[in-house]
Design a protein around this ligand. Structure first.
Ligand code: ADP
Ligand code: MG
Length: 676
């Protein structure tokens, strides 16, 4: 038997069980060993019902009766009466309808949950439940609980793992032995045993530490190997033209912030190095990243290179093309816009002008990575809102040059320190840590649905002062058709009653690109007082005169998304306002309270990392692959330890070849940020 052995060749795994495993994505022995428990339930102290104390408690009881109640908005509440020889207690579950039919009246279960006084009586809240007759024999009462994917029961996982125990005991070490020793880690075999068959909570802690260390070690090794590989690449030399840059800066209608100056200077210095730039420009919404990228593109174009700017939406690509055209007009630079809407003859002509070098700066969407498009001499690539793009898309664009072009990735989602140390360790980072001097923090307020009127009044007041407003409608579900319906309904409502005396524009994802652009141009030209829109304006859109935003059903958005949306206002000297409308009068979620009290993107990103994990804040496209299963990116101490270990491994000149398991993990992580 080895890690690649198919699960259906294990004793006790019949065709039906094998099918269930497969449905849950588990095919081999290795898959199952790495299917780690979601948590461990401690059944070691069973308390008679009569002796229950407030706090986490476990009882061994039968279920006497169950009652299902449906309350507002599709919520279900299950009430059950549990009994043992000493007495009875009530248990309550929310939104777990399967509990209604789970319990057989003559079976005993271990219920483990929080006991306390709620809603006027003592009860056990959302306890876990395990059939006593199905409890594995040698668990020592610390029971691993597995994620139930597609009906796969913890019980089956445990039974199959028990069959594999003799194999687990023999598992070879995955990490270099020097690393295990100097970091005082338990062996791989003991760690897998500790997760699936813990004898004490100390076993679990040690196992988590060891497996978490391994993940971080791979991640950091990947990052350092990428750094080494990038240092060997041969890049374009783009010389600094001081007069050019100076005259560009002097023509700007504003004074650059010192953070913008430093970032631009760092880019220009990178251009002069032998190796290609691999730089991340972080700056909160509205910090002014575009002009920094603009300086780079100008310098590259003037030195005889082409530059490409890729943006995630067509609206944004068009906006950038226009901004750059305005900024670079005095320098006689030719700019091309390549988006989906450019079709047929116009498209093939544009391809031609790009490949013969006539177009010096190309701004576009994903259309830039089409195979048909080739450049004459691509020297500089800018990826705006890079978390919106996948690894492959970035690589395909970079692959369009004879030598590796310089890369500037930009993001408005500030990256928490831990992510920066790990995932982005090998990138050079420039941070715009100040907003232009004219800005005032956006005033944000949570609003109960009954107070919508006051918000309408505020919007009207701002419009009367010459400002403009956004009204953002959420997805009701993931269906674009419904989104269109909801935004159109809102538009009609505002137009036909409350804002009959104002001009209102409508924008949603289902409109044709040319229509979208027209609406955006008209909004920017102040033809509309109010823009009713879906989240298509979420990233990048820049209309500095807009000073008030109302977000309907704000509870349906994530924290990062709300911060991005809010970033559409507060982009000029005008005091701006953001009203977060709640869908009902229930208590606001933590993320709404956080966004109300802070405008600081760095702080909010940290909060989001803790609430939801890295995939959510830093873009699924890229970090769906990141997927740390054990290590917490909040564990700076373990990250530091793994960092030192990775450095030592590299210094030891040992090759990864002899560590097969590690090598494939490292390679997976390397793909996240490598240049080629
Ligand atoms: P983001 O960092 O969110 O991409 P933008 O580059 O779109 O921000 O800039 C936001 C707005 O701020 C734009 O209207 C831009 O012209 C303006 N801006 C940029 N830099 C400055 C500055 N130093 N002073 C004043 N306004 C600026
Ligand atoms: Mg931007």
């Amino acid at each position: 038997m080895n890690l690649r052995t198919s699960l259906n060749s294990i004793k006790g795994v019949g065709p039906k069980t094998a099918e269930q495993f497969q449905a849950a994505g588990l095919e081999t022995v290795g898959d199952l060993l790495n299917f780690l428990p979601r948590k461990h339930e401690d059944f070691s102290e069973i308390v008679p019902i009569a002796d229950l104390n407030p706090g986490k408690q476990t009882i061994k009881a039968k279920c006497e009766s169950v009652e299902v109640k449906r309350v507002r908005r599709g919520m279900t509440v299950i009430n059950a009466v549990l009994a043992d020889d000493s007495g009875k207690v009530r248990a309550v579950w929310f939104n777990q309808p399967y509990r209604a039919t789970q319990f057989k009246s003559d079976e005993e279960y271990l219920f483990s949950g929080d006991f306390g006084f709620r809603g006027g009586r003592y009860q056990l809240t959302s306890p876990s439940a395990e059939k006593v007759s199905e409890m594995p024999v040698q668990t020592d009462r610390l029971l691993p609980i597995y994620r139930q994917i597609k009906g796969l029961k913890s019980q089956i996982v445990r039974k199959t793992l028990a069959e594999l125990k003799p194999f687990i005991v023999m598992l070879p070490e995955a990490l270099p032995s020097a690393t295990v020793k100097s970091n005082r880690l338990i062996s791989y075999s003991d760690a897998i045993l500790g997760m699936h068959f813990p004898k004490s909570s100390d076993d679990i802690a040690k196992a988590r530490e060891r497996l978490g260390f391994e993940e971080l070690f791979c991640l950091l090794l990947a990052s350092q190997l990428n750094k080494q590989a990038n240092a060997k690449l041969d890049g374009w030399h783009i010389p600094f033209d001081q007069k050019l840059v100076k005259s560009f800066v002097e023509r700007l209608p504003f004074k650059l912030t010192s953070a913008q100056r430093i970032a631009a200077w760092e880019i220009i210095q990178d251009f002069e190095r032998k190796t290609p730039m691999n730089r991340l420009l972080q700056g909160d919404v509205g910090a002014g990243k575009t002009v920094v990228a603009g300086i780079g593109t100008l310098q590259a174009a003037q030195a005889g290179f082409q530059a490409a700017i890729m943006a995630p939406t067509e609206i944004l690509a068009r906006q950038h093309a226009k901004t750059l055209a305005d900024m670079l007009k005095p320098f006689g630079i030719t700019i091309g816009l390549l988006v989906g809407a450019v079709k047929g003859k116009a498209r093939s002509e544009l391809y031609e002008r790009i490949s013969n070098g006539e177009v010096q700066i190309v701004v576009g969407t994903h259309a830039l990575i089409q195979d048909k498009l080739s450049f004459k001499k691509l020297g500089f690539v800018v990826i705006d809102e890079q978390h919106r793009f996948g690894v492959e898309q970035r690589q395909r664009l970079l692959g369009k040059a004879d030598k590796m072009p310089h890369l500037l990735a930009m993001t408005a989602t500030p990256i928490p320190r831990s992510l920066q140390l790990t995932v982005f360790g090998e990138l050079d980072v420039s941070i715009l840590n100040e907003l232009p001097a004219n800005r005032k923090p956006v005033k944000t307020k949570l609003i109960s649905p009954v107070s919508a009127k006051t918000v309408y009044a505020k919007i009207d007041e701002e419009i009367a002062k010459g400002r403009q407003a956004y009204v953002i409608c959420s997805l009701i579900d993931d269906n674009e058709k419904n989104e269109k319906k909801s935004v159109e309904a809102e538009y009609r409502k505002l137009k036909n009653s409350i804002f009959g005396h104002r001009s209102i524009g409508l924008l949603h994802g289902r409109m044709k690109p040319a229509e979208k652009e027209q609406v955006m141009v008209d909004f920017k030209d102040r033809k509309y007082d109010i823009l009713v829109s879906t989240t298509v304006v979420e990233v990048g859109v820049d209309v500095p005169n807009a000073s008030v935003m109302m977000i309907e059903n704000a509870d349906q958005f994530g924290l990062a998304q709300l911060h991005q949306l809010r970033g559409r206002v507060g982009r000029s000297e005008h005091q701006s306002y953001c009203y977060l409308m709640m869908s009902d009068t229930s208590k606001p979620s933590q993320r709404l309270r956080e966004i109300e009290k802070s405008n600081d993107g760095f702080y909010l990103a940290e909060v989001d990392l803790n609430l939801r994990g890295p995939g959510e804040i830093y873009g699924k496209a890229q970090h769906g692959d990141l997927n740390l299963r054990i290590a917490s990116l909040a564990d700076i101490k373990l990250i530091k330890q793994a960092q030192v270990a990775a450095e030592q491994f590299i210094a030891s000149n040992e090759s990864l070849v002899q560590y097969k398991q590690l090598a494939s993990e490292v390679e997976r992580y390397q793909r996240l940020t490598i240049l080629n």
